[in-house]
Design a protein around this ligand. Sequence first.
Ligand code: UDP
Ligand code: MG
Length: 339
Amino acid sequence: MKGLITLLLPAYNESENIDYLYDELMKITKQLPYLVEFLFIDDGSKDNTLEKVKNLARFSNHVKYISFSRNFGKEAAIYAGLQHAKGEAVILMDTDLQHPPSLIPELVRGYEAGYHQVITKRDRRGETRFHKFMTSTFYRLMNKVSDVNLNDGEGDFRLLSRKAVDALLQLSEGNRFSKGLYSWIGLSQKTITYQNVQRESGKSKWSFSSLITYALDGILSFNTKPLRLCFYLGTVSLFLSFIYVLYMFISIIINGINVPGYFTIISSVLFLGGVQLLSIGIIGEYIGRIYNETKKRPHYIVNESNATELKTEVTAYPYPSKIYPQGTTRTEKKEKVGF
Ligand code: UDP
Ligand code: MG
């Protein structure tokens, strides 16, 4: 009995690419020792993407689709796809042909070698220098402020094992920043590098403002450091205002008052300003905690354990074979630590 692999394909206005992509994917996946399910997520396309997909589904029953009522964004499409994927592994890829289907066998090989995430990393050939500069700055900044480690060029084109998919589904937060989430769940990872491909047809859906939103999402969904900034600023300005007020007080005692009223006004402004900023910082600390709680992330993701198995049949010995399913050929790699 062959295993099943799901190809998760989010599509927004990609009608020109669907047929070609399907043909290419068929050519490649036919050679795999797996059954393959094509799961298209039509993200509220305005062209006839959905018709194209339905047409494919009419002729082959391994083509599945979910069509959104409107455009909800790629992150939502991926989430829906992960929820509905039936495969023992899921391959995420764009439908704009920027993710070369020829890499799929290598992804599957990585999976068979026991990795839970097989990630593709593209180089940045053919991009403008400005774009390269912006992205590298973005990643450097992100890794400084964020609690998770992000790598440039590693996008959504990746294979996830069932365990990784289930872990991602446990993260049910609304503002989904996938790149961070992949890193957050951990589990063993392998990276494959490939050459950047230009878009085949249609155009990228990224606008400058959506990139800014993306950057903000990335920074805000993985830490509350910006809130803590208030706290630090408040403390520093309160401290400085004390020194300044003290300095003025001493100079008044020595030199007398130059401008009447100046001392009282400036010292109360500085002092109150500092106190207010500090108070906002304290409130920010609470908000940060509330923010983290509301995401309801699981406290941990288990990689391996025998504790749950023991709980079911503690006294039975030798253990019934149903607890240890036969025929597991995959050997699982140890979890990689260090992010
Ligand atoms: N996409 C989507 N919903 C959106 C925007 C994009 O499902 O709101 C899909 C799109 O069809 C493509 C993938 O996400 O398959 C990547 O989109 P795009 O090529 O615009 O992003 P880029 O490759 O420039 O990062
Ligand atoms: Mg693209």
